[in-house]
Write a protein that binds this ligand. Structure first.
Ligand code: TRP
Length: 462
């Protein structure tokens, strides 16, 4: 009975719509804004290698697990996990994994929206010609000025939250599908133009070397946790976003190949963004470890020097905004879907209520770039850094770990086999071993080592 069930929220038109939607969720600020700056802060090459390994041996198997759980459960992650746990005669407490994910999504969206707001204003800053032939210091000052202005940041954050909640309120089928069909290819084209520019002007070799030279002496154990956390973040894993999109996936589509396409596109966009940004960093004698402002300083400099750069630049930030938009809706959809399934209120009201809560929390991020920058929460980090660390490096890996255990050990094997419907038994066996042992082991070792290494070292007398 459960196998033929459909989600009350709708079904994607085809497998390709699922791929577009999942890619739209995965490709976002994580790829274009976050990946380059954390790669820069963590020394480049070695970090990139660890990140790629995490995508391959942790991200892809767990993404398959999420799609599988979602499509079989045909409900919000909370209800899907509960139902599948009952089907397997396991504890209904598995639903709390769904809960942790739903909360992580809300927390991430609260700061994601603030950063997306920066991209919105840069559409206009570039478009107005403000950065035409500007030098690095001018562009840096313009960015610092934005961060120092809480009113402006709040206005932009508000705008982006409204955009997000309107789409969520309309439901995923109406509106969004049509938009991403045009926007995703356009983003690829603009990234290619930018890549072309950075290849031909200046320090491409130095930039590429920075990204792909594997110097392990620069890698700290904290960097490994950051790489792992980012693998989850960039693939939208560990909180139920891909799971809820899986719930709207047509029955016949093959999960394995679909997931490979999504993960491949996501990785490609991140690497191209890095290859576009770092040559510009080196050509202008800037710091690769400049932090969250990297994208908003390097690219305006490059666009300022290119012919037609103001138009391309403006378009580029428009597309960054759209990439963020198609991601942000997946951050809140699991919670909205749950509220609707519970019958607590209709979709409009659920979107409004959850939007207001998320928006309020976002104000904490707004002030952590200016008046509240010295207020520390977690380990001396400000509000934004604490929230980012807590969600990306702790909640997502933990959620992913539990999803792997659930898909690998808890779910009924016949259900898993039927849902994955793998053509080759070898590939199925490989997935099973990975999701049962290798991915959980990788997550556990990295988390325990990074979080408790002082204690472990003391215990072993190192
Ligand atoms: N993957 C998106 C990005 O890279 C962000 C995102 C969307 C996300 N949904 C998510 C991150 C769910 C973690 C979990 O920008």
């Amino acid at each position: 009975m459960a196998a033929e069930k459909q989600s009350i929220h709708g079904v994607w038109g085809s497998r390709w719509i699922f791929i577009l939607a999942a890619t739209g969720s995965a490709v976002g600020l994580g790829n274009i804004w976050k990946f380059p700056y954390i790669a820069g802060e963590n020394g480049g090459g070695a970090f990139v290698l660890v990140y790629l390994l995490c995508i391959a041996i942790v991200g892809i198997p767990i993404m398959m697990g999420e799609v599988l759980i979602g499509r079989r459960g045909r409900n919000s992650p909370i209800n899907a996990m509960r139902a599948l746990a009952l089907e397997a005669q396991a504890s209904p407490f598995w639903k709390y994994v769904g809960w942790m994910g739903a909360i992580a999504g809300l927390l991430i969206l609260s700061y994601y929206s603030v950063i997306a707001g920066w991209a919105i204003i840069y559409i206009f800053r570039l478009g107005s010609g403000q950065f035409e032939s500007a030098d690095a210091a001018t562009v840096q000052n313009a960015f610092d000025g934005l961060l120092a202005d809480p009113i402006m940041l709040t206005a932009l954050h508000t705008l982006f939250m409204v955009m997000t909640m309107v789409v969520v309120a309309r439901g995923v089928n109406r509106g969004l599908e049509a938009a991403i069909r045009i926007l995703m290819p356009a983003l690829f084209v603009l990234l290619a133009i930018l890549l072309g520019y950075s290849v031909t002007s200046g320090a491409f070799e130095q930039g590429a070397k920075f990204l792909f030279d594997f110097d392990f002496s620069k890698l700290s154990s904290e960097s490994i946790l950051i790489a792992l956390g980012h693998a989850f973040f960039t693939l939208s894993l560990g909180m139920g976003a891909i799971m809820v999109y899986g719930a709207y996936m047509p029955k016949k589509a093959s999960i394995g190949s679909t997931v490979l396409i999504v993960a491949g596109m996501d990785t490609l966009v991140a690497l191209v963004a890095g290859l576009a940004i770092f040559p510009i960093v080196f050509a202008n004698n800037m710091e690769p470890g400049a932090g969250p402002g990297l994208l908003f300083v390097t690219l305006p400099i490059a666009f300022g020097q290119m012919p037609g750069g103001m138009i391309f630049g403006s378009l580029f930030f428009l597309l960054v905004t759209f990439a963020a938009w198609s991601s942000s809706i997946s951050l809140i959809e699991p919670l909205v879907a749950w509220v609707v399934e519970k019958g607590l209120m209709n979709r409009n009201k659920a979107a409004l209520l959850l939007g207001v809560i998320t928006w309020s929390l976002g104000l904490g991020t707004v002030v952590s770039f200016n008046v509240g920058s010295d207020v520390s929460f977690l380990m001396g980090k400000n509000f934004f850094d604490s929230l980012d660390y807590l969600t990306a490096n702790i909640m997502l890996p933990l959620g992913g770990l539990l999803v792997a255990i659930f898909a690998g050990w808890t779910m009924k094997r016949t259900t898993v086999e039927k849902e994955l419907n793998m053509a080759s038994y070898g590939v199925y066996a490989l997935w099973t071993i990975t999701v049962r042992l290798i991915s959980p082991a990788a997550v556990i070792v990295v988390m325990i080592w990074t979080l408790f290494q002082e204690q472990i070292k003391a215990m072993l007398g190192w």
